[in-house]
Write a protein that binds this ligand. Sequence first.
Ligand code: SAH
Length: 212
Amino acid sequence: MIDAYKGQRDRLVNILKNEGIRNEKVLNAINNVPRHLFVPHLKQFAYENKALPIGDGQTISQPYIVARMTELLLIEDDMKVLEIGTGSGYQTSILANLCKFVYTIEKLPSLYYSVRDLLKKLGYNNVLCKLGDGTIGWEEHSPYDGIIITAAAPSLPEPLKKQVKTGGVIVLPEGDRNSQKLVRYRKIDENTFEKEEFEECIFVPLKGKYGW
Ligand code: SAH
């Protein structure tokens, strides 16, 4: 099948390289995933390095941020990852291209049902979607090798600390409602997390019991 968007994806990958994304696996995943299918109403802007509206006041993250957070997750192909904030499902499918299994939670029913169906249609059989409050995690499938939160959190939600493996990482935008920093927590042992801070970013708020 001819992929009319391949040229635009190559261009996006070059932009991300210029912005400092170095991980080849991540760049390949960006090159493989048809982002236009996740923003059918804004296809013409799908390969610009920009966040776009996806309805209900939510956004699909900027490709640079998706790539950067994936890189910070220290992705390996045998990893089991929990994602909080499925949104459009774009970050989910990038992860599904790179790791063994992705569990993803979305709070808004309007996004949950359509995105679950889209991911199924795209043939991902290593993704499981859940409707609910991701700040309490998904204990049933824990512990995870990595957890990624794709909405702005005031702090690291307490239940997630237990649901990540020792040695595993949690990547999230942390800060106030209007601006955050990308942060990575690495679990050293049951009670100790090492924190690293990266660039500034702006996400929609993480709602729920341990969110805003
Ligand atoms: N990774 C997504 C980004 C979506 S924006 C993408 O690439 O498209 C953040 C999403 O988090 C929104 O869809 C929002 O509804 C969802 N969200 C906010 N609080 C949540 C919570 N407590 N649990 C699960 N999802 C939540």
